[in-house]
Design a protein around this ligand. Structure first.
Ligand code: ATP
Ligand code: MG
Length: 325
């Protein structure tokens, strides 16, 4: 079995709104191994970005981790100081966002931004950092890298900027790469190139990738395993083949049904009937029960425990459990 890079266990996080705390992540556990891509999917607001921000220690000021564990290469992160966590960020874990401009400094040249991280995190000399930056720009398919190094972010297209972000993050050779909808803003052909590129770099460096996306086409293309979130809870997890061909949770089944055609170029997760709850809403029992066509009294009153239905395939649903018994 490949080495675990990221282990998240029983993670509970809250947001404070009007002096009250509301759970946003409710007991989330999952693992990302070396050279593995785990896709996290679920409707808007289910907690995907909050999960990534919690791992990166970038939660907004009204958010906090209440309990649980986050380990990177076996090292517990939740007990580290802010300074220690800042040091890990950029060095052992990198993040790519939907809009690369949020992470690129508009006032600095591409070359400066690429070499700064390498000098800081890898202790490279100016010359080594320059050569490595050029090498990674080539790896991400950027022509004339020396010229690009002199340019500013605004002089580049969105697709180029995203490639540069990937080069910047991967040049540091992180153990963990977190990508939050990194291709959503790009057109389909560029999207595809970026995914192919990420996969290649992942293999080169043996990085574990946590990839957030709405697009099940992207999931089908790159995921080794899939984690399905619903309203702050993990409802199902399994290998890509299991999730697509043998989904168990009614929510996962709903998501898969909403997929018009697996061969289509682009297919987004479609909202399933009913209203997605916001975090201030208290729902007893299974969080999905108000939208579940099969809900029983037990679903309305008792939170389902996670069960493993086959090795590596877990689901939290009373009905699946009862069917197994
Ligand atoms: N600073 C904040 N204060 C209060 N609530 C917040 C804050 N940031 C996010 N939330 C809430 O936390 C929940 C999870 O948000 P998150 O951004 O993780 O969703 P997401 O799954 O990434 O959605 P999307 O697919 O739209 O990006 C949402 O209900 C959101 O409204
Ligand atoms: Mg998000």
């Amino acid at each position: 079995m490949a080495k675990a890079v990221l282990e998240v266990r029983n993670l509970v996080a809250t947001f404070r709104i009007d002096k009250k705390e509301y759970p946003v992540l409710r007991d989330i556990s999952f693992t990302v191994h070396e050279n593995e891509t785990v896709c996290m999917v679920g409707e808007s607001g289910c907690g995907k970005s909050v999960t990534t921000l919690t791992i990166m220690d970038l939660l907004p000021s009204n958010g906090r981790v209440v309990s649980g564990s986050i380990k990177l290469n076996g090292q517990e992160l939740t007990t580290l100081t802010r300074k220690e966590r800042n040091a890990l960020r950029g060095k052992r874990m990198g993040m790519i966002f939907q809009e690369p401009m949020t992470a690129l400094n508009p006032l600095l040249t591409i070359g400066r931004q690429l070499t700064e991280g390498l000098r800081l995190h890898q202790g490279m000399t100016k010359k080594q950092a320059y050569d490595t930056a050029v090498e990674y720009l080539e790896k991400v398919g950027i022509a004339n890298p020396q010229d690009r190094m002199k340019q500013y972010p605004f002089q580049l297209s969105g697709g180029l900027r995203q490639r540069i972000m990937i080069a910047m993050v991967m040049a540091v050779q992180p153990s963990l790469l977190i990508a939050d909808e990194p291709t959503t803003a790009l057109d389909v052909t560029i999207q595809k190139q970026v995914l192919v590129l990420l996969n290649k770099l992942k293999k080169d460096v043996s990085t574990g990738v946590l990839f957030i996306t709405h697009d099940l086409g992207v999931v089908a293309e790159i995921a080794d395993r899939v984690v399905i979130l619903y309203a702050g809870c993990k409802v199902e997890e399994g290998a890509i083949g299991e999730i697509f061909s043998n989904p168990q949770h009614p929510y996962t089944i709903g998501l898969m049904k909403a997929v018009p055609d697996v061969e289509a170029e682009e297919f987004d997760i479609q909202p399933i009937p009913g209203v997605f709850p916001n975090i201030t809403e208290e729902i007893g029992g299974c969080r999905f029960h108000p939208r579940c066509p099969y809900a029983t009294d037990r679903c309305r009153s008792e939170l389902p425990q996670e069960i493993e239905i086959s090795p590596g395939h877990t689901v939290s649903c009373h009905l699946v459990k009862e069917a197994q018994e």
